[in-house]
Design a binder for this molecule. Sequence first.
Ligand SMILES: Cc1ncc(COP(=O)(O)O)c(C=O)c1O
Length: 383
Amino acid sequence: MQLSPSKRSQVAPFHVMEMFNAASALQAEGRSIVHLSLGQPGFPPPRAALERVSHAALEDPMGYTNAPGMPQLRQRLAQYYQETSGLTIAPERIFVTVGSSAAYILSLLVAFDAGAKIAMAAPHYPASPNMLRALDMEPVIMPATRESFFHPTVEMLEALPEKPDGLLVASPSNPTGTVIPELQLSELTIYCQQHGIRLISDEIYHNITYGGIKAKTALGMSEETIVLNSFSKYYRLPGWRLGWCVLPPELLRPAECLLQNMYISPPTISQYAALSALDETADLNQVVAAYDRNRVRLCETLNRIGLTNYPEPDGAFYIYVDLAGHGEDSEAFCHRMLDEAGVCSVPGIDFDTVNGHRFVRFSYCSREEDVIEACERLERWMG
Ligand SMILES: Cc1ncc(COP(=O)(O)O)c(C=O)c1O
């Protein structure tokens, strides 16, 4: 008898991988390809973090830690909120996880039951609706435009046929790079409080913002909100698989039990790296300054080659360009750009299954020399 995979495992793959495979095939033929596709920092982790790790590896037997993470790291993250936002957060509310991806799974499992409806704006991080589906929950996608900075609004929630159980906000956004204005976030928080909707705020691109803009944490706005964060982006430790979430008091004990059963503990060695990376503000901000130069350069190039329809990227390291008026599907455009210019970017269908075929996401977290090369190629190609 033929056994089949579960229905819940039938989630969409990342289309970005198809671009990647196409790029790798060209590279195998000897072609030079420059990537404006990845969402992973092109800079190594802060050196001091690596030095501390080598030291810790010799000193500590690297056993399991507590399920929610090392006490000193949870304490240090509480201090982070004090330093960056003036908020006093009890370390017991902070759970260190295997990337923010595990913080997502933990938060969804601890806050919602199967069948829960979770609203989010499109475009969105592709894994968000897919994780929900795999957990037998239902994403409720609300199309967003430049008017709302591609983020949800109270009006969008009010227009839904049914009140959702949860709302997901991710700011700065992947793929648009837009930061949700503070007023829009606080209006959403109040609406969620009044209507019994659990708000989840994905803050994994916090601290990567430009031009004096600061993304404000939703933590200070309500104790019921769940906040997700990561060491993968600002702290440049993507492969160390470490993130965290801040949970409301009523979810702490069930979350701890879930973590003990699902993961035992987050990776010990990565927690040492994280502890050290949290102190490397000067080094971290130097790389944000490099992203900013990349951002300015890429925006100038896109404007010169006539790709001008995108929201001002305030943060993260993405530009989400609307190709409307160019008369080409974004997947075809990306393949043509890869073939003819040797520049790899990502079509929008991963982020928005309805309108994504009009959009292309350019990422600029690569090293500056790569972004310069990509810009020169784009100008030669379309200029
Ligand atoms: C918006 C957003 N949330 C969450 C994640 C998951 O990242 P990680 O598990 O590395 O923390 C990503 C990864 O790119 C992302 O873009």
